[in-house]
Design a protein around this ligand. Sequence first.
Ligand SMILES: *Cc1c(COP(=O)(O)O)cnc(C)c1O
Length: 386
Amino acid sequence: MIKANYPTDKFQDIQTPFYYYDLDVLRTTLDEVNLQSKKSDFHVHYAMKANVNESVLAVIKEAGLGADCVSGGEVEAAIKAGIAPSKVVFAGVGKADWEINLGLDNDIFCFNVESIPELEVINELAAAKGKVAKVALRINPNVSANTHHYITTGLSENKFGINMSELDKVVDLFPTLANVQLIGIHFHIGSQITDMTSFQGLCVRVNEIQDYFVARNISLQHINVGGGLGINYEHPNHFPIPDFEAYFKIFRDHLVLRPNQTLHFELGRAVVAQCGSLISKVLYIKEGTSKKFAILDAGFTDLIRPALYQAYHLIENLSSDAAIEPYDIVGPICESSDTFAKEFNLNQTKRGDIIAIRSAGAYGEIMASQYNLRKLPKGYTSDQLK
Ligand SMILES: *Cc1c(COP(=O)(O)O)cnc(C)c1O
């Protein structure tokens, strides 16, 4: 069995649980993103909500990606990391006034607008500053993403985005709003999408929606197709890098850009998931009547994906090469949902062994909580532990 090649001896001295980021994997991933996206001058904005660990962000900034933010805090973090405001897009269904003002003060690239009342408020706040806000309409393309229902966002009954049926009304509003400029349209159909035909379906819809704007003589400079490219949670050692070649090719082959239009992407998970692992120690092996429990010092407060989405993560015992046995791998939190995996095959495990929960670089550390008054996990990089 191939396992992660991690500095397990160094891990012994660090308080577990913690996140470990392999920056070689991250850099290789970013090289591939750039190689494949630059074949067509596509613009990639990193979806900040996946992970804002400072060392990870520094590497992403170095690679030249822009930022996709969904809160004022993320806009601040992107700018603090040195990402140019001219590469920052700001989405979200509930932008507060201070968050809109923050975007305006920093002259960010674009607000992705999700409703008519939001558009009116952006116009008002921009007017108060004597500015014109650049906006893209987040349109609900009604494309199914074939993913978990909690993380599909592109269907019509959804809190996200503007429905096609409302589009006339929104478009008619623009001539009356002097302080917003429509520069593009924006889509995001869901997350952890591995079936490329979903993206192909999105391309077809975008082409149709572009016809709508052309028919109304509205020229759009930017098309933003969001993120959602999935990763291989089953085999992170064999498939550490998502298939960016196939992904960008789908858009190159199927999305018809009009003259002088640029195409934008907002990738989160695909950029950072595989570089991160949650590192934990085994506290106890509890022998049940018919099964064994490996009780870890990490719980859903550190990584909530299994409890929240029944998500699968590969789990490895980095301290053992002994024969494989099935364990229910659980955390210490007072909720039965605090289970990372059931009947999971680990090399025979004992108290003190170091466990890696893989593919945890996205929606891991950033979603940690202090429930049960637990300490937040820290993040360390391979550069720091050399
Ligand atoms: C979450 C989100 C993304 C990133 O999604 P991934 O699945 O991590 O790539 C991109 N755009 C928007 C609007 C989002 O909400």
